[in-house]
Design a protein around this ligand. Structure first.
Ligand SMILES: Nc1ncnc2c1ncn2[C@@H]1O[C@H](COP(=O)(O)OP(=O)(O)OP(=O)(O)O)[C@@H](O)[C@H]1O
Length: 376
């Protein structure tokens, strides 16, 4: 079984690659991606367990993002698609009260945020550029996840562009299966992202703990991710890093895609060439440095489907080269217990030629989904 270090390694390599591509002349770079302790962030929860003070959003509570003067340059055009403009780093942003769900209406907006507005709870996890805490927004009582990123780290690794893009994209997306970014702000040391709190943690950890899932649960999860990708692709955004580590679990088996660090806005459907993603989830066109489009997410969806029902990704091997070889020819092997419907879906997602892959609508209407849907 692949350990998480190996699953991270490609991202790190690409980070370095992107640093070079970004014309990086910064001599401060090193391979250490550890984020130092964030000064000013103290755990003052004293072991206290918070109760969630709000209900999850309803289906129809999508908010259109307003045009507050503090919102950064991405704007929505009339077709409701996200337009990403080149921008300097965003200072602070918030979701207008009028456009949030009724449960939390009145507690927002989170305007002019500062760290002191939050009671810091337990650490939820740590990424390459920051730590994530469970926090309570004191004025509203809203429990959120606060991602704290050190500005120096972002600059030293020359990932400002990638970071801005991550904020731009996540801030303007609004779908029940995408982790919401409520607001963001910064002080002299850190940038803070105030996100929706997902109580169940990473899907990856659940998979490692419990092993493969039954078809009912797996198909439910695959459907939700298909819906999320469909929403993103319609807005010309490719996620490029779909994998169980980037899927968080909420209430009632609802899952949400997170980590938009590799997402890209591609309005003209241009073919792209930057290598990104995790080794096991890379598509044949990515490993062979060919141009690619949103079909890389469709491939990753096939890998995810396989991993959910089998417990491991399909082309996992001891070495990267061996894995690449198997990816290149989509060398699929199924354990006997995988149902024929699941096999059919996976086989049609993992086609070497991108245009031959199922489209997302076909996934949502697939017999494997239809058969299991009544039991979700
Ligand atoms: N909104 C959230 N709700 C609950 N837990 C979260 C949330 N966001 C992140 N976490 C937890 O914090 C951990 C770190 O998240 P983060 O986004 O910083 O990094 P990552 O995606 O693991 O890594 P990186 O983006 O650096 O590769 C996650 O693995 C997850 O367990």
């Amino acid at each position: 079984m692949m350990d998480s270090n190996r699953r991270q390694s490609l991202k790190q390599r690409n980070l370095l690659l992107s640093m070079r591509l970004n014309n990086n002349n910064n001599n401060n770079n090193n391979n250490t991606t550890k984020v130092k302790n964030i000064s000013g962030v103290k755990n003052n929860s004293n072991g206290k367990v918070w109760r969630l003070s709000y209900s999850p959003r309803g289906k129809n509570n999508h908010h259109s993002h307003g045009t507050s003067s503090k919102i950064p340059s991405p704007v929505r055009n009339s077709a409701n698609a996200t337009t990403i403009a080149t921008t300097t780093v965003a200072t602070t942003g918030s979701i207008p009260a009028s456009s949030t769900s009724s449960q939390i209406k009145g507690r927002f907006p989170m305007v002019d945020l500062k760290l002191n507005d939050f009671e810091i709870g337990r650490k939820l996890g740590k990424g390459k550029f920051g730590k994530v805490y469970c926090v309570r927004h004191k004025p509203s009582g809203l429990i959120c996840a606060l991602k704290v990123m050190n500005k120096m780290e972002i600059v030293n690794f020359n990932v400002q562009k990638q970071f801005k893009r991550e904020i731009d994209i996540q801030y303007h997306l609004n779908h029940k299966n995408l982790t919401k970014l409520y607001a963001f702000f910064h002080d002299s040391k850190n940038v803070y992202l105030v996100m929706e709190y997902l109580i169940g943690g990473e899907l990856y950890k659940l998979l490692k703990k419990n092993g493969p899932m039954n078809d009912i649960t797996a198909s439910n999860y695959v459907y939700q991710m298909t819906d999320a990708l469909n929403y993103m692709h319609k807005r010309k955004i490719i996620h490029r890093d779909l994998k169980p580590e980037n899927i968080l679990i909420g209430f009632n088996n609802q899952i949400k895609l997170t980590d938009f660090g590799w997402s890209i806005y591609n309005p003209n459907n241009q073919k792209r060439k930057t290598l990104c993603g995790t080794i096991d989830y890379l598509s044949p066109e990515l490993i062979s440095s060919r141009e690619y489009d949103e079909n890389v997410d469709v491939w990753a969806l096939g890998i995810l489907t396989y991993e959910l029902v089998v417990g491991a990704p399909p082309f996992e091997e001891d070495t990267k080269e061996q894995t690449y070889k198997r990816i290149a020819k989509s060398d699929l092997k199924f354990p006997p217990n995988v149902s024929s419907e699941a096999r059919d879906l996976i086989t049609n997602l993992l086609k070497v030629v991108p245009s031959e892959r199922f489209n997302l609508q076909q996934v949502m209407n697939h017999p494997w989904i239809e058969k299991n849907k009544p039991f979700w």
